[in-house]
Structure formats: structure tokens, C-alpha cells
Design a protein around this ligand. Structure first.
Ligand code: DGL
Length: 272
């Protein structure tokens, strides 16, 4: 009788519209150093957050098809926009690989924070989907949730601008109404935003607890692999591959801010 191996050294596939999902990669690499990762940033079409639902679903399907072509053991949509808008469509495709998004883990981390008044910031598409409010209210409908679209934040992060007067001005444009009475917790509902965490904490003078959805997602991936006996062997020599749909050199340079190192190689691919 064949004995099923309790380990799986195949890579985890992680994708986002651009650099943002690297916050999940960084958190995952810290947590599970033995896991190999294939990362795809759809840099030719970033940002997703301002596109139509139909376009986001089409892009997400192409991202997933690429991941599958690389023989990954599971796929992580490290993109709140895709997770909020396209997950049902992706699930209806009956993929052989398990698929995880970031909304459920973000909701769990937010509810666990125990705050009664919460602000969620995200892309326009994520906020329009109402996915976070619905998720939080499914757990506890007495929590007050305000969702705020912040479309200018993704381009700032993609440009490498994560602090200074420009960031303050943009934060002020979206969040000034909360300044005098900050929410008890604020969820960064976009994987690009953890790079702005310090700026957000400073903006509220440390008076709100800022929740990072990237860390919450990395924990969910680790738990899933462990539960399903799909984790790589502890001594597995992890290999990481980075793929983009445009501007690989610029991606490599900016990626260092997320990963703490410049990826050895970034390959450009064509989707669809
Ligand atoms: N980082 C993504 C998210 O979490 C996508 C941002 C965008 O492309 O607009 O929503």
C-alpha cells in the first residue's frame, strides 16, 4: 500500500497586481523559511483596485492559470481586491490546488483585536465589495465598521513613497474625519499598505491599533499547510521565483524594500 508522504516540497504560488503581495511573501518567509515560493506580480496592469469586477476576475483567472502552470501546491491571492471580488468566480473553476485569499484571515485578526469601532482602508473595489464589513459583522454585528477607499495609496507604494509630506497629505485626504476620535483599530485591507503602517500609526499619534493583513494571511497559510500535511520538510532548501508582466528591473529594485534583499532574478512573462 502506498504511504502518503507527510511533506510537500512543491512551491506555494502567491500573486498580486504588483509589489503588494510581497508583504505576504516576506511574512511567510520569516514564518516558514523552508517553503519555496513562486511570486507573480501583474505589473503591466497594476492597480487592480480601480478596475471593473469583470476585468479583475479575468486578470485573476490568468494569474491563477500561470500559477498552475508552475506546478504549485497551493495558490494564495495575496491581493485584497482579488480576494474581495473574484474569489467566488475562481472557486467555481474547481481548481485542483487549494486557493486562499486574504479577507478571511484579515477578518479573523480584526475581530480578535477586540475593538468595538473599526476602520478598514482598501482599494475602491475592495471597499465597494463590502467584503470586510460583511465578514466582521458575520462574526459580531455589534462592531462599528467604517470602510474607506484610499485609491492613491497603491500608486504611492509602487513609486516607493512610503513616508513624508506627500503620504501625510494623502492620508489626511482620506482619514482626516477620524483624526480627532480615531477608531480603536484600523485594518490595512490592501497588501500594499503594510509599507505605510508606520506612517498611519504616526498620523494617528499611536492612538489606533493598526492591523496588518499580510501577517494574518501568512499565519493562515502556515496553519493550512500544517493541517493538511502539506508543509515542506524542515530542512528543505527553499527556492524562490519572481515573475512579473512588465518592468522586471524596476520590480527587482523596489522588491528589496519588501523582502530586505534584491531578488536574484525577476522574469518577465506574458499572461492570457
Ligand atoms: N495589493 C492589492 C490589494 O491588496 C492590489 C492593489 C491594487 O492593485 O489596486 O488590494
Amino acid at each position: 500500500m502506498a504511504v502518503r508522504s507527510k511533506f510537500d516540497n512543491r512551491p506555494i504560488g502567491i500573486f498580486d497586481s504588483g509589489l503588494g503581495g510581497l508583504t505576504v511573501v516576506a511574512a511567510l518567509r520569516r514564518r516558514l523559511p523552508g517553503e519555496s515560493i513562486i511570486y507573480l506580480g501583474d505589473t503591466a496592469r497594476v492597480p487592480y483596485g480601480d478596475k471593473s469586477v469583470e476585468a479583475i476576475i479575468r486578470f485573476a483567472r490568468e494569474d491563477v492559470a500561470f500559477m498552475r502552470s508552475r506546478g504549485v501546491k497551493m495558490i494564495v491571492a495575496a491581493c485584497n481586491t482579488v480576494s474581495a471580488v473574484a474569489m467566488d468566480a475562481l472557486r467555481s473553476d474547481h481548481l485542483a490546488e487549494p486557493l486562499l485569499g486574504v479577507i478571511d484571515s484579515g477578518v479573523r485578526a480584526t475581530v480578535a483585536a477586540g475593538a468595538r469601532r473599526i476602520a478598514v482602508i482598501g482599494t475602491r473595489a475592495t471597499v465597494n465589495s463590502d467584503a470586510y464589513r460583511r465578514g466582521i459583522h458575520a462574526a459580531d454585528c455589534s462592531i462599528k465598521v467604517e470602510s474607506i477607499p484610499c485609491p492613491l495609496l497603491v500608486p504611492l507604494v509602487e513609486e516607493g513613497i512610503v513616508d513624508g509630506p506627500l503620504v501625510e497629505m494623502v492620508l489626511d485626504r482620506y482619514l482626516s474625519h477620524l483624526k480627532s476620535a480615531p477608531p480603536e483599530a484600523l485594518l490595512l485591507g490592501c497588501t500594499h499598505y503594510p509599507l505605510l503602517k508606520e506612517a498611519v500609526v504616526r498620523y494617528f499619534d499611536g492612538r489606533t491599533r493598526v492591523i496588518d493583513s499580510a501577517c494574518a494571511c501568512a499565519s493562515a497559510v502556515a496553519d493550512f499547510l500544517c493541517e493538511h500535511q502539506m508543509a515542506a520538510q524542515a530542512d528543505n532548501c527553499a527556492v524562490h521565483g519572481y515573475f512579473v508582466t512588465d518592468m522586471p528591473a524596476a520590480f527587482g529594485r523596489h522588491a528589496a524594500r519588501f523582502l530586505g534583499e534584491v531578488p536574484e532574478r525577476v522574469e518577465q512573462i506574458l499572461l492570457g
